[in-house]
Design a binder for this molecule. Structure first.
Ligand code: CMC
Length: 433
């Protein structure tokens, strides 16, 4: 047996691997509970061998970056942004303060928050070209498709955003994107509703201004109920980041090619759109609409357990415990329903949850409600239509995408994202015409 020692393994924790094909042993350093996948490449059967790779479809067990943004312990049901527990941020912070925290790493001082807020408000008016773009979509187009297109189109109006090496320039684009995602989302809704676009107002604050851009009608200024505004702000906070999920990994992957942040964020919106990710909030309400009555729940659950469909808003790749965001949203439902009256679908949702938490199928698989299970009930109570739910998620997630994009660009270890594959197709064969 030959032993080859990897430098770096000598002082700290290490892993010894024996290749039974050759009898050689290798010692690899363990850092933060990981080994470096590229170090496996030294494990070869001969000099011509490419070296060992890992095979990890869907990145079930691969860390693609080192990040300081969000800590998530799925076993314990813990979520923290930059070290702050999500429960405390939801209780005491505001969405724009959290956006600052995600971006810069610490909570802002009063002055920092004021200038961050006014810079974002200053970017909120949509350019005329985007009003034309959104107006050109056929009525009934999905707002996520409109939002994705509009964010990509916004980049064409800001070619200077391609200078991603300039930190100040990146900050300007980040503020503009956080502002515009709300404006463009509201415009997509107004277009489908056949209503004129509403200009942003800087006197309202981010969440209330979004509601105004959605629901202002007639001449008197829109005055949202404070409890509704707070509930929406909390929902945005809860969605603001969730480490390396499908859409965030997409933003990082596209950004790693040095694409501008508009192209990167538009790609992230595409990732979020699907029903297994952000689109689940829409799918939950469609499911509750279909179930309709408590009597139909048992039959529906049998179908889920037979594998005919999924209980949408349940289960998570990382959480094997109650999603802490779902607990906070469940409480926020009470505040909103105090103003709007109870959404009758809440009763069906609560009953589905009760049954699932006791049923062996869900218990064995450790399936709990996730962030999407209750959020749609609130959106519906606020008068936000079903196809806008995932847009709400995108507005909330924008600061997380951008903080992660910025972190990726500052990380000297990152390069263009480029996974390997295991080729299992045909061997070379002649083309016989
Ligand atoms: N309903 C019924 N069975 C489920 C569900 C569900 N919602 N989720 C997972 N399972 C079962 C699945 O059939 C599998 O069973 P078996 O081992 O017998 O084949 C087992 O649980 C493991 O599921 P998986 O599909 O291998 O798990 P995953 O980590 O690949 O998928 C998930 C995670 C979130 C895509 C999945 O749980 C799901 O489809 N949930 C419903 C959609 C949803 O609510 N998505 C929102 C996620 S949270 C918001 C976000 O971050 O986007």
């Amino acid at each position: 047996m030959t032993t080859q020692q990897n430098s770096g393994a000598a002082d700290g924790e290490s892993l010894t691997i024996t290749d039974n094909r050759t009898g050689s042993s290798y010692e690899l350093a363990i850092t933060d509970g990981t080994i470096r996948a590229t170090e496996l490449r030294q494990i070869k059967v001969n000099e011509d061998d490419f070296g060992l790779m890992t095979y990890d479809p869907a990145f079930m067990n691969t860390a693609s970056c080192r990040s300081e943004v969000t800590f998530l312990d799925g076993e314990a049901g813990i979520l923290r942004y930059r070290g702050y527990p999500i429960e405390q941020l939801a209780e005491q912070s505001s969405f724009l303060e959290v956006a600052y925290l995600l971006m810069y790493g610490d909570l802002p001082s009063g002055d920092q928050l004021s200038s961050w807020t006014s810079d974002i408000e200053g970017e909120a008016a949509a350019p005329a070209a985007l009003a034309d773009l959104i107006s050109a979509f056929p009525k009934g187009s999905h707002p996520m498709g409109m939002l994705q297109s509009a964010i990509a189109a916004l980049g064409t109006l800001h070619p200077e955003s391609k200078d991603i090496a300039d930190a100040g320039n990146r900050e300007t684009q980040v503020k503009r994107l956080i502002a515009q995602v709300a404006t463009l989302g509201a415009m997509a809704y107004r277009h489908n509703a056949g209503k004129p676009f509403v200009e942003p107002r800087s006197d309202l604050g981010y969440a209330a201004d979004f509601l105004s851009m959605m629901f202002q009608d007639g001449d008197s200024p829109y005055e949202p109920d404070e409890r509704i505004v707070r509930a929406l702000d909390v929902l945005l906070i809860l969605h603001a980041d969730h480490e390396q999920n499908c859409s965030t990994s997409t933003v990082r992957a596209v950004g790693s090619s040095q694409a501008d942040p508009y192209a990167s964020m538009a790609a992230g919106i595409g990732g979020l759109y699907g029903p297994l990710h952000g689109g689940a909030n829409e799918a939950v309400l469609a499911m509750l609409d279909r179930i309709q009555t408590k009597d139909a729940i048992a039959g529906f659950m049998e179908g889920v357990k037979d594998g005919k469909e999924r209980l949408m808003g349940f289960g998570h790749r990382v959480y094997k415990n109650y999603d802490p965001r779902a607990s906070i949203i469940k409480k926020a439902c009470d505040d909103v329903f105090e103003v709007t009256g109870v959404n009758p679908k809440l009763e069906i949702a609560v009953e589905l949850e009760r049954i699932a938490l006791e049923d062996e199928y869900f218990v064995k698989r450790r399936l709990y409600p996730n962030v999407d299970f209750y959020s749609g009930l609130i959106y519906e109570a606020l008068g936000i239509p079903l196809d806008m739910f995932t847009v709400m998620f995108a507005i909330g997630r924008a600061p997380g995408w951008l903080a992660q994009w910025n972190e990726m660009l500052n990380d000297k270890e990152q390069k263009i994202a480029r996974p390997r594959q295991v080729y299992v197709g045909a061997d070379e064969r002649p083309y016989a015409g």
